[in-house]
Design a protein around this ligand. Structure first.
Ligand code: ADP
Ligand code: ZN
Ligand code: ZN
Length: 704
């Protein structure tokens, strides 16, 4: 009989949120042979929680002996889930980096990125899950063995164009390097980027490696999954995103972690998928804002993918028609290897861009709600030819506000500094910020005037206007309101593909990714707002959205010549539209980078944003003012720009007053050093500030 192994001090990362002030892994007492990366049950306070055995700190970095709890006072670790192979060293380094960079605790991040169901299992339940997985895999293998024509090599590959071949060669050359730099695959919509992902993935699979493919939105995973599944029949492909049932998400995660899934396809959270034989990371539409997590640890999955590639020494392929200016600048500076695809497959041209000058219309009240006559004519022409059109407006609902012109009453939200949006279909006024919803009043609540009128226009009204202006046309709408039910987006998209729709009205939801072959006209009816936004990234987002929307048209080479994109604008001379008209991303990027450089904005400066929410304006503002004073007292703030606290663009949401404060630094390292010194002070301030409900720091914020 062997003796029980001697106990020792072990580090365990537990989910202690940032505001608790516990940042590092905690000390427990555990067996000598407990490997870092093992899941264990531990007691935290009075709760039994899941923890992850972490690494011992190197000598000299650890707390001094007298600040550490003596071993006699440590609590023992509970049951270990050691049927699961430990999370790897590289995985833990990724989590450590992300936690430190985005200023969260290691435990919080580590546990938050594991599948939720994993945290609730005991060792026995986990074993049962693993057994079930083994059985399912065995059954699948038996099935594959009896199916005679499972192709050993990928099926139906088109021959690459010369340009694609050169691009693939470049990717493969990088993959062969000891420490490959990230590659930026810059290519128009329809230029064959996905084909490059598929080929690069194939090469990695042949080397026996796993491939991680990130897409910005859940909606886009089924499409890409289908394409990968078709190409890699007989290979194990799993998806990872928040839309999966908890049981499924766990199963998929386990398949990746055990090295059985060869391809993992997912949204931003998949960047943390544990993959023991990772050989390639693809980030599709790398510029997409959805890669940034908007609560908890506000990480950028794109940036973490690049870091992970560096850590694991595997190539990272960032693909986009309109790269983020950060990535573009890295490519210009040589840190990323740029690979270009300049031609559309099959020679399809990009749609001709027509900037329709709204100033040409007679000025009258409500003119912004007009669909111009020439646009209607263009739509009619498509109708007559049996072609489809896409009309795009980034605002849902019928009208953004109801208004009484007798007393000037507006449908303001009682809980937010915003209007309630008029939804005609279900006769409600809904606030898009706090979600509160009310019946539409029959008369003005303030003066009794029965004539309250909608001002402005959303997709619902656009749909109605188009149906009225073009009798007989089959108009359909796709936005967040029409796609709430599971499966409804798929069925609506299918109707478009089947040709059951003549004119598709939608928000940015339809501008992204979907491959509509029969659309020959794309129109943006009111995109000007972004030109004058206080957010310096608004033009970048607008440009990429319009390029992407335009890319929906003319994907069929036969129709490409007749394809058009219409932009109704009051500012046709604006540089953004001028670049758009020439499909000239490079010119646009260069002018934006120039502006960013002279204004000292990213990528030439590094930002962090602290946001505070309180029950009163004072609570939120005073907290940030005190935070600023604390910052100024820190020597590390020297050379940083600390902007004064200001109300957020929508200052009040759900009765919460919101303020923010921007910090600008010349280098990442400088910003990181400062934040590390400053944030503990904010935790202390938070405890003292009455009425402050929460605060958070956002490193590299996307929306300002
Ligand atoms: P992107 O990802 O840049 O939008 P895709 O890879 O989806 O472009 O390619 C656009 C279309 O062209 C797809 O239908 C794809 O199957 C097809 N395609 C891509 N490469 C080739 C090729 N070399 N030969 C023929 N068709 C191709
Ligand atoms: Zn009134
Ligand atoms: Zn509201």
């Amino acid at each position: 009989m062997s003796e029980a192994p001697a106990s020792r001090r072990v580090r365990v990362a537990v989910e202690a949120p940032q505001h608790s002030g516990l940042t590092g892994p905690l000390d427990y007492l555990g067996p000598q042979d407990l490997t870092p990366g093992t899941l264990v049950h531990v007691t935290l306070g009075r709760r039994d929680v899941m923890g992850l055995v972490w690494d011992d700190l190197p000598d000299g970095v650890d707390l001094p002996e007298d600040e550490r709890l003596p071993e006699s006072e440590l609590r023992p670790v509970g049951e270990a889930l050691d049927a699961l192979p430990p999370l790897s060293d590289r995985w833990r380094r990724l989590v450590e980096f992300a936690a430190s960079y985005y200023q969260r605790s290691v435990g919080e991040l580590a546990l938050a990125v594991l599948p939720p169901q994993l945290r609730d299992l005991d060792a026995k339940q986990l074993q049962a899950r693993l057994k079930k997985l083994d059985k399912a895999d065995a059954a699948a293998a038996a099935q594959a063995a009896t199916t005679p024509d499972t192709p050993a090599t990928p099926a139906d590959r088109p021959a690459l164009t010369a340009q694609q071949q050169a691009a693939l060669d470049a990717v493969l050359e990088l993959a062969a390097r000891e420490a490959p730099p990230p590659a930026l695959l810059w290519g128009l919509t329809g230029s064959g980027k996905t084909e490059i992902y598929l080929r690069a993935a194939e090469a990695a699979l042949e080397r026996g490696q796993q491939v991680l493919v990130l897409v910005p939105e859940i909606n886009l995973t089924p499409q890409l999954e289908a394409r990968f599944a078709e190409r890699f029949a007989g290979h194990a492909i799993v998806s990872l995103h928040s839309g999966l049932t908890p049981a499924r998400r766990l199963r998929h995660w386990l398949a990746a972690h055990l090295g059985r899934a060869q391809l993992v396809l997912g949204t931003r959270l998949a960047v943390f998928a544990s993959m023991p034989r990772l050989g390639l990371i693809v980030v599709d539409e790398e510029h997409d804002p959805s890669y940034k997590q908007q609560d908890g640890a506000r990480y950028s999955a794109r940036d973490l993918a690049v870091y992970r590639g560096h850590l694991e020494k595997v190539p990272v392929l960032l693909g986009s028609a309109t790269p983020s200016l950060e990535s573009w600048q890295h490519a210009l500076g040589g840190r990323y290897r740029r690979i270009d695809l300049t031609e559309r497959i099959g020679g399809g041209a990009l749609p001709r861009v027509r900037l329709f000058d709204m100033n040409r219309l007679e000025r009258k009240k409500g003119v912004t709600t007009t669909l111009s006559v020439p646009l209607l004519d263009a739509l009619r022409k498509r109708l007559d030819r049996g072609e489809q059109s896409l009309v795009f407006l980034n605002r849902r609902g019928y009208a953004p506000v109801l208004h009484c012109d007798q007393c000037n009453w507006k449908s303001d939200c009682p809980h937010c500094s915003a209007h309630q949006v008029f939804h005609k279909e279900d006769r409600t006024l809904r606030c898009h910020h706090c979600g509160v919803s009310a019946r539409v009043p029959r008369a003005c609540p303030s003066c009794g005037n029965p004539d309250i009128a909608p001002l402005g226009r959303g997709t619902e009204r656009l749909e109605e206007q188009l149906a009225q202006a073009l009798p007989g046309a089959r108009v359909a709408r796709i936005d967040a309101d029409t796609t709430k039910l599971k499966g409804s987006l798929e069925s609506q998209l299918a109707a478009v593909h089947e040709g059951d729709v003549d004119i598709l009205v939608g928000t940015q939801m339809v501008a992204k990714g979907h491959d509509f072959r029969r659309i020959t006209l794309v129109a943006a009816v009111n995109p000007d707002g972004a030109l004058f936004s206080s957010d310096f990234r608004a033009p970048e987002r607008l440009f990429s959205l319009l390029m992407q929307a335009g890319g929906r048209a003319g994907r069929d080479a036969a129709q490409a010549a007749a394809s058009e994109m219409w932009v109704q604008t009051w500012y046709p001379e604006h540089a953004l539209y001028q670049s758009l008209q020439k499909h000239d991303y490079e010119a646009f990027a260069s002018s934006q980078l120039h502006e960013r450089m002279s204004a000292n904005l990213p990528p030439f400066a590094h930002l962090a944003l602290v946001r505070a929410e309180g029950r009163s304006v004072e609570a939120a503002r005073d907290f940030l003012t005190a935070a600023q004073e604390a910052a100024q007292a820190l020597p590390l703030s020297l050379g940083l720009l600390l902007y004064p606290p200001v109300p957020m663009a929508v200052a009040r949401v759900a009765d919460s007053e919101r303020f923010q404060m921007l910090i600008e630094a010349g280098s990442r390292a400088q910003l990181q050093r400062f934040l590390r010194a400053w944030l503990p002070e904010l935790h202390a301030l938070k405890r003292r500030q009455k009425g402050l409900t929460r605060w958070a720091v956002d490193v590299d914020p996307l929306a300002i």
